[in-house]
Design a binder for this molecule. Structure first.
Ligand code: ADE
Length: 252
């Protein structure tokens, strides 16, 4: 997978891209990340990337020309035979669709991604209409730019690329991977300040442990994020477990 990031602040990505997960992904030649400075695609003496909004109003708007040129330069590095239509060009913006594990999974299956980090008060609407194929928001709050959002997106996506994580099984159990929050985890010591690890985890019985973990994931999701349960495929036995749990916790 190749990810091109277009930003006015390329230095912001240095520490994140130097972290273990991205190093491993690039050492194993599984992911290549190319950061482009949008300012490098300007042609005037002042390297102008923004301008006043037509019609007036506060703040500055990112100009279309450097961003179109940067995307075109990134696309020029496409793999042979790759169609333009296959190449997601994602604008990070609070107006986009809400990022989720499902979207991370969808993006991790692509061979290429181009991410555009917006800044200032906004971007020229022609970038939305004629360049971006997708818009993603991290949540209903406003960041000062798309950079932090892009870092979150690439982190969530890259760890799902097969071979990037040490253990192939680990992303499967992640919170949200199967629509549920993850079960509680414990490590040594078995008793810490009088608090013991649940006995089942020390039993060595893998079927029992798997059953306990599934139940705990169901309980945790029910208690913290009940709206997620409605969207998850549960077996009839799991549905009954939830009903029994709800009834017993009502009586308590
Ligand atoms: N840029 C500014 N705020 C943002 C948000 N909430 N999500 C994605 N990009 C953004």
């Amino acid at each position: 997978m190749r990810i091109d990031i277009l930003t006015l602040f390329p230095e912001m990505f240095q520490s994140v891209l130097g972290s273990a997960i991205f190093k491993r992904a690039s050492d194993r030649k599984l992911v290549k990340i190319v950061v482009h400075n949008i300012r490098d695609y300007t042609h005037d003496k002042h390297r102008t990337v923004d301008d006043y909004p037509f019609g007036g109003g506060a703040g500055m708007v990112l100009k279309p020309e450097p961003i179109f040129e940067a995307v075109e330069a990134a696309k020029a590095g496409a793999y042979p035979g790759e169609e333009d239509g296959d190449l997601p060009v994602i604008l990070l913006t609070p107006q986009g669709r809400l990022f989720s594990q499902r979207i991370a999974q969808e993006l991790s299956g692509k061979s290429r991604l181009i991410l555009i980090c917006g800044h200032y008060e906004g971007v020229d609407e022609r970038i939305r209409e004629h360049l971006a194929t997708d818009e993603i928001s991290l949540g209903d709050y406003v960041l000062s730019g798309g950079e932090l959002a892009a870092m979150v997106v690439i982190d969530a996506v890259v760890r799902l690329v097969p071979g990037v994580l040490g253990s192939a099984a680990s992303p499967v159990d992640d919170s949200h991977a199967a629509g549920l929050l993850e079960y509680p985890q414990y490590t040594r010591p078995p008793v810490f300040r009088g608090w013991a690890v649940p006995e089942v985890l020390l039993s060595g019985n893998h079927a029992l442990i798997a059953g306990w973990r599934r139940e705990q994931a169901l309980i945790r999701t029910l208690e913290r994020r009940p709206e997620l349960l409605a969207k998850t495929n549960l077996t009839p036995a799991e549905e009954r477990f939830i009903e029994n749990y709800k009834n017993s916790s009502c009586k308590r």
